[in-house]
Design a protein around this ligand. Structure first.
Ligand code: SF4
Ligand code: SF4
Length: 287
């Protein structure tokens, strides 16, 4: 099985546009959107959901009002300020609660219990061409790394059960826990960067991460013609690191127009961008 992850050190580099184009170009693949904090690949892939479920992670405290004597000890001892008073009742603010159990331990009336917290939702769907697994973390929730692992696990299971040997992963931006969860064990990471100072800075950080985990890596410079001086700096960096630049995609407003119509650029229009992305897709198979 070949797993390819598309990542970027920062948001807004065009990572999802390129993933959506690969999704159209792939013959047979499972798609996984691991950008669970801000999933948006579904806007282009237009999924038809076949299965869904809740993602439970961590715990949240609940007060049993019938047993509560309003002593207020839990409110004093909660260092996260999660115990609130309203209409003469104590209640727990689920977003502030860290599930540390202190209130449960100190409550003299056994009026507090901890329950599993629903932190997100996952979906298995059909999309335009391929099965598609994705998830959303609920607002204010954490544990996105665990949800990424869940999405990847479901994508692998689906691929095995249906004899599909390619998984294309849209990874999260940045270099944090969800990114590490999305790159672990993949066969290839494609880093999408752009020729800006922040793009260069974040490329170095994300490359350090894939280098650290010894993940075969290649680079796509998106909108390379917007600043050819920085593009040259990126190419020099890649040469020094012995990493291939597999794509130099020019800027074209058609990419935005395609997104607005819910299409990948290769579906929307022929042209330099589509041609380069098609070449890049072919090059990825040489790894
Ligand atoms: S410590 Fe227990 S009894 Fe006291 S206010 Fe909190 S929940 Fe109610
Ligand atoms: S579990 Fe911890 S964070 Fe949540 S309300 Fe109780 S003391 Fe506060």
């Amino acid at each position: 099985m070949k797993e390819i992850v598309i990542i970027s050190g920062k948001g807004g580099t065009g990572k999802t546009s390129i993933t959506a184009a690969f999704a159209h170009l792939a013959e047979k693949a499972v798609l996984a959107d691991c950008d669970v904090d801000a999933a948006d690949l579904h806007l282009i892939l237009k999924p038809n959901i076949k299965e869904r479920g809740e993602f439970k992670a961590g715990k949240v405290a609940i007060i049993d009002q019938e047993n509560c004597t309003l002593c207020g000890i839990c409110s004093v001892r909660c260092r996260f300020g999660a115990v609130k008073m309203k209409d003469d009742f104590y209640y727990i603010n689920g977003i502030s609660c860290e599930g540390c159990k202190v209130c449960e331990i100190v409550c003299p009336c056994n009026a507090i219990r901890l329950e599993e917290k629903v932190s997100g939702d996952w979906y298995v769907a059909d999309s335009k061409k391929h099965p598609f697994i994705y998830a959303h973390l609920r607002p204010g929730e954490e544990n996105s790394g665990k949800l990424v692992s869940l999405v990847r696990g479901k994508a692998r299971d689906y691929a095995k059960e249906n004899n599909i040997d390619t998984i294309i992963i849209d990874g999260p931006p940045g270099i944090g826990c969800p990114v590490i969860a999305s790159v672990g064990g993949v066969n290839l990471a494609l880093i999408v960067t752009e020729p800006t100072q922040s793009g260069m800075h974040d490329l170095k950080r994300i490359f350090e991460l894939t280098e650290h985990f010894k993940i075969p890596t290649c680079i796509c410079i998106n909108k390379f013609d917007l600043n050819t001086d920085i593009t040259k700096d990126i190419e020099k960096f890649c040469e020094a690191k012995n990493v291939n630049v597999v794509g130099r995609v020019p800027y074209d407003v058609s990419v935005t127009k395609a997104m607005l119509q819910g299409l990948s650029i290769v579906e929307y229009a022929e042209g330099l961008v589509s041609e380069e992305i098609k070449r890049m897709w072919e090059r990825l198979w040489k790894y």
